[in-house]
Ligand binder design. Structure first.
Ligand SMILES: [Zn+2]
Length: 198
């Protein structure tokens, strides 16, 4: 296996899809192979939204990578010394300034692989993910299976339920704790319910 099969200098790849579609697994799977490439260096970042994880290992089945949590995208630039590849998970939670950071990384011949939700619970592009998808050289769209009883179709949407009812279009995208019992499901387009959308 040559280095070029696994590292594409200056190339932006985006892995997206609804919740439960295996984006993080796919991202880890993609980068953990570099462990076996002598002399290659990668770093794995995710937003510091979830304070339970600080420089810990992100693990899925038997796959495991060291993960750096960051508050602001420019913290990535402080860490890239000698990196061939940068992986960024949950990119939908970053602000617009991540766009310039990604471009700077690409210009330095770094392969950037980003995973995130393409659409929010309303089925609307999630923050900066639309920009990142437009910038991407390669896009991988993943699907889940619809959670709706007896459906089993490909799920492309994330359904939000608050106290077991579909969340309204005007509800906040990121809910503060205590606003109600919040549950997410993967749904197909037919069973994706957003009261107030149309
Ligand atoms: Zn369905």
């Amino acid at each position: 296996m040559t280095k070029h099969n696994l590292i594409n200098p200056g190339v932006l790849e985006v892995i997206c899809g609804p919740m439960f579609s295996g984006k993080t697994f796919e991202l880890i799977h993609r980068v953990e192979k570099l462990k076996y490439l002598e002399g290659s260096k990668y770093l794995f970042f995710k937003p510091d939204k979830d304070t339970r994880t600080k420089n810990i290992k992100t693990r899925f089945n038997d796959l495991e990578v060291q993960c750096i949590t960051i508050k602001y995208p420019d913290e990535i630039l402080q860490n890239i010394n000698g990196c061939d590849l940068i992986a960024i998970d949950e990119a939908q939670f970053f602000q617009k300034d991540i766009i310039a950071i990604v471009e700077k990384l690409l210009k330095q011949d770094i392969n950037v692989i980003i995973a995130g939700l393409d659409l929010d619970y309303r089925g609307i592009p999630f923050n900066i993910m639309a920009d990142l998808l437009a910038m991407a050289d390669h896009i991988e769209k993943l699907f889940a299976t619809c959670f709706y009883p007896h459906c089993h179709r490909k799920a492309t949407r994330t359904q939000r339920l608050i106290n077991n009812k579909p969340s309204h279009y005007n509800d906040p995208i990121i809910i503060v704790e205590g606003a109600g019992k919040e549950i997410y499901e993967a749904r197909c387009i037919k069973h994706h319910e957003v009261p107030g959308k149309y």
